[in-house]
Ligand binder design. Structure first.
Ligand SMILES: CC(C)(COP(=O)(O)OP(=O)(O)OC[C@H]1O[C@@H](n2cnc3c(N)ncnc32)[C@H](O)[C@@H]1OP(=O)(O)O)[C@@H](O)C(=O)NCCC(=O)NCCS
Length: 189
């Protein structure tokens, strides 16, 4: 089993897997309407978040379809948690993955999501050897789409009325993707 050496690091951030001690931070993050507005799972209560962490502490690597690696992003200097980012194996056979990211509003707009998501692409392509990584968001989620664009990902699809809000209204889902050869051509591989 190929397991990345942790913590991962980038210019300003370190990335480690979830720990039980992250409960308070993750609850604070996922109770905020502005954070969960476009997330598929909505506001998390303590029991729900505990269950997520219990699952996540078992995560070790990406070996089978559906495997996930969820990282807490920390400021390297201060150790302050600034958000979370993840890499998910969608297809082992077709070497396809997906990334996701959530930054704490106290630390938004500083390029952290871009930096963290780029680190996930490096992990996907350079460590796990995936061929294709996608990301998706609600069409109204401009900051999230901005991250995908800033990473050089390509808009591949707009899925019409693929999301249903709590109020029953429909919204569209944007799918972006990048290939390993495109990542390599960016000179970041
Ligand atoms: C999406 C999110 C992670 C962005 O985090 P962030 O750390 O503020 O993003 P960054 O500072 O790294 O910005 C990255 C890019 O996004 C774009 N961007 C950021 N905020 C934006 C906004 N309000 N409108 C349009 N574009 C925006 C910028 O183009 C920026 O690239 P640039 O600096 O090269 O111009 C953050 O808003 C968040 O956690 N939202 C709630 C959770 C969520 O929706 N996650 C995504 C689920 S699909």
């Amino acid at each position: 089993m190929k397991t990345p050496t942790l913590p991962l690091t980038s210019a300003r951030l370190a990335y480690r897997l979830n720990q039980q001690g992250d409960l308070e931070f993750l609850l604070d993050l996922h109770k905020r309407p502005d954070v969960v507005r476009f997330l598929p799972w909505g506001i998390q209560d303590e029991a729900g978040m505990k269950a997520k962490i219990d699952e996540r502490v078992q995560e070790k690597t990406l070996a089978e379809d559906g495997d996930k690696l969820n990282f807490i992003c920390l400021d390297k200097e201060t150790g302050i948690r600034v958000g979370e980012v993840g890499l998910f194996l969608r297809s082992k056979e077709h070497q396809g993955g997906e990334i996701g990211y959530v930054m704490h509003p106290d630390h938004a707009g500083q390029g952290y999501a871009k930096e963290a998501a780029r680190t996930m692409l490096a992990l996907a392509f350079d460590f796990f050897g995936l061929n294709r990584v996608m990301a998706r968001c609600d069409q109204r989620n401009k900051p999230s789409e901005g991250v995908m664009k800033a990473l050089g990902m390509r808009h591949e699809a707009t899925l019409i009325e693929n999301w249903r809000d709590d109020d029953g209204s429909w919204s569209n889902e944007l799918n972006y993707a990048i290939l390993k050869r495109e990542w390599d051509a960016q000179g970041r591989g």
